[in-house]
Design a protein. Structure first.
Length: 84
């Protein structure tokens, strides 16, 4: 097991953790472990699709052909051409 220390925890957060732990019938330490485990499990269960896409593109890049860009002058609309 690894030990971590959290410094500078806001008093309101500490009190909320104590209330939550009591509600779940756990020690505050056990509650914090459960919160961390739940959050990490969520990240592992639902990987970030953008990161996966980025990794896949680095492993097998795709060359895309883009059409030549043309610049056209702005078009005037009928409302702008009519005089009041």
């Amino acid at each position: 097991m690894v030990t971590i220390t959290v410094r500078g925890l806001d008093a309101q957060v500490h009190e909320a953790l104590q209330r939550r732990a009591r509600r779940h019938g756990r020690s505050m330490e056990a509650e914090v472990r459960q919160i961390l485990a739940d959050q990490v499990r969520g990240d592992v269960a639902v990987p970030n699709a953008l990161i996966e896409f980025h990794v896949a593109m680095r492993e097998d890049p795709v060359d895309l052909e883009f059409p030549e860009r043309t610049v056209e002058p702005p078009r005037a609309t009928a409302a702008l051409l009519s005089t009041p």
